[in-house]
Design a protein around this ligand. Structure first.
Ligand code: PRT
Ligand code: ZN
Length: 299
């Protein structure tokens, strides 16, 4: 019999860039929630799982300490926390899946008018950041001594305010850097959101349920990047069409009409199909090209 302590507890960001996508992943995995307004903890009705809403910075801690079994957090936040907490903490948590959203990089940027000639140019500079441990590890690795100025937000204005000579912050499109007259010079960490799991002991029931949840999450992620493609084409164009769709599984081919020269092609493609590919398919002779999303997959 399963008890309340067998229920999986997952921590996700309460409100911020990762919240909607984290919740969307659970929704798409078939989990239904009854969520009372303003509650920070709520139960799933059709799976033994409870959700806890936290600030992203607190998520690694809760999973390291085993208060939550799972968490969804940016790899940048996880790494910073583990560098602060040390080796023992690193051994208490593992990344079980990269989730592909919230992609960004932690990068060093300098004002456009500052000369930069490799990492050695950072020597003795004041670098503002909200990621002091990750920056410190980078500088130590390169044997560069610089002053780390810890700031909790709006790091990009530090050089204008003369609080720092350079910054180390998250970048996704680069717009924030550009609009503050800064240019990116070093990438120190590539990040995306990850699913983390505690390494503390959990019940057999719980680990089976976690495995089931992981299979669903994998199914959702595969389905999102998988498309069903259908088109009509001259039979002679089949080889060229195949070469345009390298992620395509062995297609179903059905003759169209009676002369055998035209076929309908239906296939699952494991890669996203862009407009450019569709244009090339058309040039190869394909017509009525349809690309459809796939909702669920178990292979
Ligand atoms: O309140 P809480 O502490 O939970 O949230 P938060 O304010 O600390 O974090 P939030 O919601 O802003 O970000 C959560 C996570 O999203 C981060 O830890 C990253 O893993 C991920 N992420 C992805 C980003 C970005 N992209 C991003 N661009 N986090 C922040 N930014 C900021 C960056 O700091 C800079 O100010 O966006 C600006 C740069 O963006 P571009 O597009 O102009 O380059
Ligand atoms: Zn935060």
């Amino acid at each position: 019999m399963s008890t309340d302590s067998d229920r999986i507890r997952i921590a996700i960001q309460k409100s911020g860039r990762l919240s909607e996508k984290s919740m969307g992943l659970l929704d798409d995995s078939g989990l239904n929630f009854e969520r009372p307004k303003d509650s920070l903890f709520f139960r799933c009705e059709n799976f033994p799982l409870d959700v806890m809403l936290l600030r992203d910075d607190d998520i690694p801690e809760y999973v390291i300490d085993g208060v939550c079994d799972l968490g969804i957090v940016g790899f940048n936040v996880l790494e910073e926390r583990l560098l602060l907490r040390g080796e023992k903490a690193r051994q208490s948590i593992e990344v079980v899946k990269r989730l592909g959203f919230g992609r960004c990089r932690l990068a060093i940027a300098v004002p456009n008018d500052r000369n930069y000639d490799g990492a050695a140019s950072l020597k003795n500079l004041r670098i503002a950041t909200s990621y002091p441990a990750t920056l410190k590890a980078f500088l130590e690795d390169r044997k560069i001594s610089a002053v780390i100025v810890e700031i909790s937000g709006s790091v990009e204005v530090a050089p204008t305010l003369k609080i720092a000579d350079a910054i180390c912050d998250l970048v996704s499109t680069g717009t924030t850097l550009r609009s503050n007259g800064l240019r990116e010079v070093e990438t120190i960490l590539e990040s995306e959101s990850v699913l983390v799991q505690t390494r503390r002991e959990i019940s057999k029931q719980k680990s089976e349920d976690i495995a089931r949840l992981l299979q669903r999450i994998e199914g959702v992620m595969k389905a999102r990047q998988t498309k069903y493609i259908m088109m009509n084409a001259p039979r002679a164009a089949l080889d060229q069409i195949r070469s345009l769709l390298p992620g395509m599984e062995e297609p179903s081919i059905m003759p169209l009409g009676s002369d055998g020269n035209h076929i309908a092609i239906h296939a699952v493609s494991h890669e996203n199909i862009f407009w450019e590919t569709m244009e090339k398919l058309k040039m190869a002779g394909a017509s009525s090209i349809l690309v459809l999303p796939i909702e669920k997959i178990i292979l």
